[in-house]
Write a protein that binds this ligand. Structure first.
Ligand code: NAI
Ligand code: MG
Length: 367
């Protein structure tokens, strides 16, 4: 039975305005094939919204995003708004969205298909077949803990940040990781620094309790410093990795380098809320930024945003077949050497729009 879904569309700045409309075209193809109804409402965000309204995200637009079933986001920021003294900054929009939608779990899948092996800075035999998801806690930890301040005392400068977690903050993100692992290889790696930090000892304790709710899941605990080595040494051994905010910030960038191409990686951010119709609202965006160096040329790689739309279908709407049909079409396009300028090897680089056309054609062919 098909439902109607409301999607807030926030292209933002730079190439966000080029790649997001392409992902919308892919979603329209999915709606056409599977008989769904997607309602799109577009809004200004980031620098574009500062120019138009003097704020990176209007209250009424934030409210619409909260009402929506999911948000598709491009990127915000660019040299035009890069004044460090400015009161309003484009990236505030993303922070307000995360906070407003209570998005505590940031998911970054990293999958290395055979066609991507050349792009990775690591040896092909090391990354061939890598398929993992990092789940990063997004609204707690040292980026939000109080006190966070600097002061002077006896002519010395001091500063403090606080790594704080409540058990509930840990529990909900570890549960999200376990839920995801249940539909994958059922392995969760919880990353902490329990040999030094109290907050990490609590993390490990609560993670262990959550694992007991999921008898089928195999949970392991690894210290974050060791983990930075394991990700490079044996990335294939991981399925779902869950960790606190700052460790996750660092590990997700490291994990992204397994593929070597920033234009290919999607992300999802989820909250706790599940609507009565089963929809779990979330925010979906490529991990790359607004790429001012190539903006306006029509050459940006739309793949990361298209794959983000696939994550939306999977995690917010529960449309697994639809999500995998997009992912399979992307894999096929890449394995046949179809590529935008950032990843092209031999042959002609496709434009943003041509790359999307190829993907849409494969979606129709396979349906
Ligand atoms: P970036 O991700 O925008 O670009 C890094 C490099 O990768 C550039 O050479 C760019 O051309 C290339 N690239 C990125 N995405 C691509 C794609 N889809 N296709 C082809 N090439 C691609 O990161 P950068 O340059 O550090 O930041 C640029 C602006 O974006 C800044 O204002 C930054 O604050 C903002 N930014 C926004 C983010 C967001 O909205 N979530 C995340 C990261 C940066
Ligand atoms: Mg980062």
């Amino acid at each position: 039975m098909s439902k109607a879904y409301n999607i807030a569309v926030l292209p933002g700045d730079g190439i966000g305005q080029e790649v997001v409309p392409e992902a919308v075209r892919v979603l329209k193809a999915i709606a056409d094939i599977y008989g769904h109804s997607f309602q799109f409402e577009e809004m200004l965000v980031g620098g574009a919204a500062i120019d138009a309204y003097g704020t990176p995200l209007r209250d009424e637009d934030l409210e619409k995003c909260k009402q929506a079933d999911a948000v598709l986001f491009g990127a915000n920021g660019g040299p035009k708004w890069d004044n460090p003294k400015a009161e309003v900054r484009p990236e505030q929009a993303l922070l307000w969205l995360r906070k407003g939608l209570e998005l505590f779990a940031n998911l970054r899948p990293v999958k290395v298909t055979d066609s991507m092996l050349d792009a990775s800075p690591l040896k092909p035999e090391l990354v061939k077949g890598v398929d993992l998801v990092v789940v990063r806690e997004l609204t707690g930890g040292i980026y939000f803990g109080q006190p966070s301040k600097r002061w002077e005392e006896n002519g010395q400068r001091h500063a403090v940040d606080t790594l704080y977690y409540s058990e509930e903050e840990i529990r909900r993100v570890v549960r999200t990781a376990c839920d995801i692992a249940m539909s994958r290889r059922k392995k969760v790696t919880s990353v902490d620094k329990a040999n030094v930090l109290s907050s990490s000892r609590l993390w490990r304790e609560v993670a262990t309790e959550v694992a007991q709710e999921y008898p089928e899941i195999e949970m392991e605990h690894i210290l974050v410093d060791a983990m930075t080595m394991h990700i490079m040494r044996a990335p294939k051994s991981f399925d779902v990795i869950v960790t606190e905010n700052m460790f996750g910030d660092i590990l997700t960038d490291e994990a992204a380098m397994l593929t070597g191409s920033i234009g290919l990686l999607p992300s999802a951010s989820l909250g706790a809320r599940v609507k009565e119709n089963g929809i779990r609202p979330g925010l979906y965006e490529p991990i790359h930024g607004s790429a001012p160096d190539i903006a306006g040329k029509g050459i940006a790689n739309p793949t990361a945003t298209i794959l983000s739309a696939a994550l939306m279908l999977r995690y917010s709407f529960g449309l697994e077949n639809e999500a995998s049909s997009i992912e399979q079409a992307v894999s096929k396009a890449l394995s046949e050497g179809k590529a935008t300028a950032d990843i092209v090897r031999d042959g002609k680089a496709l434009s943003t729009r041509e790359m999307t056309d190829v993907i849409i054609n494969y979606i129709y062919e396979n349906s």
